[in-house]
Design a protein around this ligand. Sequence first.
Ligand code: S3P
Length: 443
Amino acid sequence: MTDILTIRGDQPLKGQCAVPGDKSISHRAVIFGSIAEGRTCIRNFLDGHDCRATIGIMRALGVSIDEINDTQLEIHGVGLDGLQEPDNVLDCDNSGTTMRLMAGLLAGQTFMSVLNGTGQIRGRPMGRIVDPLRTMNARIFGRQNGKYAPLTIAPSRLNAIEYPMPIASAQVKSCLLLAGLYAHGLTIVRQPGPARDHTERMLGAMGAPVTVLGNTIHSERPQTPLQPLDITIPGDISSAAFLLVAASAQPDSKLTIVNVGINSTRTGIVDALIEMGADILRKDRSLQGGEPLASLVVSGGGLRGTQFGGERIVTMIDELPVLAVAATQAQGRTVVRDAQELRVKETDRIATTVSELKKMGAQIQETADGFIVDGPTQLSGTVVDSHGDHRLAMALAVASLIAKGETTIYNAHVTADSFPGFESTLRALNVDVQETDGTKKND
Ligand code: S3P
């Protein structure tokens, strides 16, 4: 397995590229297409580990999914009541989106199921979905009274609830909206901030009675079958973010990333970089399957320290590790607060980002709910570790491109969780990236 990346510093990005399909939208297209009636066609599907786990589970629930090629799928949807009892434990691998959305889908079924995954995911909080699902009358069980997976779900008849979500989480929202499709009555979810809205858009486009009123979303059992999808998934803004930062932070860069999803619940990173002084233009706007797209044109230049917090944090939550890298190159102090959710991602991303960037010489301090970075700093190439976290691995690759000297990143195979072809995309932009087999334990 290619597990070690070696990247030489001082490499500006030049040229044009695309990024793989959006991870959040790919998961949803497979799950929702499976419970539609008829044939769903998906193009530009993200062929990454997390989305593969979702395909595996839908197949285990009796759905036939044809792979036309790596990024094109045909799903033979079985309808809302067509899923079958799986004959084994359902493996979510390392994917939080898979586990939390599947729990919502499975809670109202007439059969029993068990969701499990890697050690990393068994350590992530599931009480945030188990508690409201239980209020809906779901019979869902997990370790420590439902706080952690494995999750066991027994058949039950769900009742709708009105639920004010304590945290702005698209996974929790989507879990409850899916359960709402099987519940008696009108499920009402109130979110404290603009968590990504792909579920509402896609289910709405399929004819489900899912309605949005500001930060309140309703869902109920459809009276007619869900319509199948014919969708080309937009490029993932969360993957584009690594290239945007790498280009913004190096004066000689000039890069165009084509066909990137620019749904406003996801573009916090673009707005943040522009606020820091980055030169990013949106061109060739279009709409595909209810999601807006554009080409992003970015030129390198001077960045300045800025403060980020409040409601907007949810719109850039996955991009904060790479925003920390941008902050190391910004003039002055950058402060990120209200981002405590980072502590319960694939790793505690506040702790891992801070510890690894410090090894490269960054002036970065951990706070309870974020980090503070003083810049600009000349980062130095050294040996760092992804801690098995795909977004940290790629943030460190970006830091390596900016640094002086050579950086070695261990446990780097995880880039393929969300950005298969990350290394070859960099190479196509004339970046020198060496891949080597081997392993090293996290320190
Ligand atoms: C996701 C929602 C976010 C995000 C994750 C994908 C989704 O998680 O961090 O990468 O597809 O719904 P939370 O819902 O936990 O904030």
